[in-house]
Ligand binder design. Structure first.
Ligand SMILES: [Zn+2]
Length: 232
């Protein structure tokens, strides 16, 4: 039975509003999830900025050349200073997404950046694979995958081009920016799930009727006092 409004805890004498106000400070503290979210948002902004610089600084006459050809001949295209950076981003972002898509669709454990999704975690896996499916559908391309040996059998539509195949340099840079943004976006989606769970697990502060040892009748007791007494 819930006590009526304005009732005070039998032990500390506070109303439920006063109890909540007293613990409120801890509820606004930055958690690990919040810190990770801030990091991901920051990294995403930096990446977009970087990708914009690539696009803006590549000489126009090169934009129509074959992406893979230019990337494969960095000494030839010395005037493009960011080939290494683009190759790195391709590996860490696009190939990482491809690997996640591959493992996720097979129901195996995978990682996106620093975040691991367990094989048994269907909820997170679905959130990620849905975004990757959507991206592949939108671009009409299959995400590139790191070939780390082992089971190399491909899943997904083999008739579609793979990631950068056939792209002109300009198109490839645009694709890289979109895939890179997605790489951070799915991390944000995972962190949003973590945040929801964190909120659900956070203790709620109430005043309820409870029996205390040695007191014959149930008394109103706040969550804080209840936990204290339980700990005695
Ligand atoms: Zn109390």
């Amino acid at each position: 039975m819930a006590p009526r409004d304005g009732v005070r805890c039998w032990v500390c004498g506070r109303t439920v509003e006063e109890v909540r106000a007293s613990v409120g400070s801890t509820a606004t503290e930055m958690t690990e999830v919040d810190r990770n979210m801030a990091k991901v948002v920051d990294a995403r902004a930096k990446f977009v900025q970087e990708a914009t610089v690539w696009w803006d600084t590549v000489p126009d006459q090169f934009k129509n050349m074959d992406f893979n050809f230019v990337m494969g001949n960095p000494t030839q295209f010395k005037s493009i200073r960011f080939i290494d950076e683009v190759q790195d981003a391709r590996k860490t972002h696009v190939e990482a997404l491809g690997e996640a898509a591959y493992l996720g669709r097979k129901g195996k454990e995978f990682s996106i950046g620093e975040f691991k999704v367990d094989a048994g975690d269907a909820k997170r896996r679905d959130v990620v694979t849905r975004e990757l499916d959507e991206f592949e559908r939108k671009t009409g391309r299959v995400l590139e995958r790191r070939r780390s040996g082992g089971d190399d059998k491909e899943v997904g539509d083999a008739t579609r081009p793979r990631s950068f195949d056939g792209f002109k340099l300009g198109e490839g840079l645009r694709y890289l920016r979109e895939a890179g943004t997605l790489y951070y976006y799915v991390q944000q989606k995972l962190l949003e799930l973590d945040k929801e769970e964190e909120k659900r697990k956070a203790p709620t502060y109430e005043i309820g009727m409870a029996k205390i040892k040695g007191i014959p009748k149930a008394v109103p007791l706040c969550t804080v006092c209840e936990n204290l007494i339980k700990g005695l």
